[in-house]
Design a protein around this ligand. Structure first.
Ligand SMILES: NC(=O)c1ccc[n+]([C@@H]2O[C@H](COP(=O)([O-])OP(=O)(O)OC[C@H]3O[C@@H](n4cnc5c(N)ncnc54)[C@H](OP(=O)(O)O)[C@@H]3O)[C@@H](O)[C@H]2O)c1
Length: 258
């Protein structure tokens, strides 16, 4: 009989692989960075808050790369810094995200729409483009984007048109990159979480009415957390997901199954 620990390690182990995780200064990105490191990856953590990144990089033995990813002129510095500090990246997890506007669609300010699209949709594309030649050189790669259930369904009562558009855009980008890059053994997938507590959703969870609304609309009888999402990212990042590409995997406690 084979050793189940050894089999799990073969599927999920990431020994020596270099990973980039954006949005790693808090929330889901920080959880993903810790999980990838726990499975053996050397992880570059990317966001704006240098102090948070330094602390996490020290904790997991990784590399902190501070960058405002909504500034397309500065994104070009990220991958070269990772290559220099850790080596060529094989895994890219695009978890940085924001919801700038909370107005109804008919009055969303253009500036906020642009900032949302720049960070949530353009940055993942630019980072994937920058990682592409290194993944080709290594002979394999896995890109995991983080979208949202709001890229798939409307969320009554919580206006988020540009956010939803950016997240739906990630699924289209995912399918297209997956098809174009499959010949290089680069897989591209998206994980679409449902609601969980984080800095983005802090104001929402501060309201008992909103929390009750989320509870009512989530079939599983408990709140989600970043740890509930990390498993899907790990699966897609490593060999356990080696025949999965172009997919959007929804992890939402059943919200979109209703
Ligand atoms: N929480 C939810 O219910 C939920 C549901 C579905 C999908 N998501 C998605 O999950 C991902 C993680 O979000 P979260 O909930 O964990 O929220 P979070 O704790 O607020 O994390 C957002 C991350 O993005 C980074 N970020 C924001 N603006 C940035 C910029 N201009 N440049 C670089 N990094 C930037 C933040 O770091 P800095 O501020 O240090 O830059 C932070 O690390 C996002 O893509 C979000 O859309 C969340």
């Amino acid at each position: 009989m084979s050793d189940p620990d050894a089999a799990a390690l073969r599927m999920f182990g990431l020994d020596g692989r270099v990973a980039i995780v954006t949005g790693a200064s808090s929330g889901l990105g920080a959880s993903v960075a810790r999980a990838l490191a726990a499975f053996g990856a050397r992880v570059a953590v990317v966001a704006r808050r240098q102090d948070r990144l330094d602390g996490l990089a020290e904790e997991i033995g990784g590399l902190a790369v501070a960058c405002d990813l909504s500034d397309s002129d500065r994104i070009g510095s990220v991958v070269p810094a990772v290559v220099e500090g850790l080596g060529p990246p094989e895994i890219l997890v695009n978890a940085a995200g924001t919801m700038v506007n909370s107005e109804r669609a008919e009055s969303e300010p253009l500036e906020g729409v642009r900032r949302t699209l720049d960070l949530n949709l353009l940055a993942p594309l630019l980072l994937a483009q920058a990682a592409f030649p290194h993944m080709c050189a290594v002979g394999r790669g896995s890109v995991v984007n983080v979208s949202s259930i709001s890229g798939r369904v409307g969320i009554p009562g919580i206006p988020q048109a540009s956010y939803a558009a950016s997240k739906a855009g990630l699924s289209g980008l995912t399918a297209e990159l997956a098809v174009q890059w499959a010949r290089h053994s680069i897989r591209v997938n998206t994980v679409a979480p449902g609601f969980f507590r984080s800095e983005i959703t802090g104001p929402l969870y501060a309201s008992e009415r909103a929390t009750e609304y989320l509870r009512r609309n989530t079939p599983l009888p408990r709140e989600g957390s970043p740890d509930d999402i990390v498993g899907a990212v790990l699966w897609l990042a490593g060999d356990a997901g080696s025949y999965v590409t172009g997919q959007t995997v929804v992890v939402d406690g059943g919200w979109t199954a209703r």
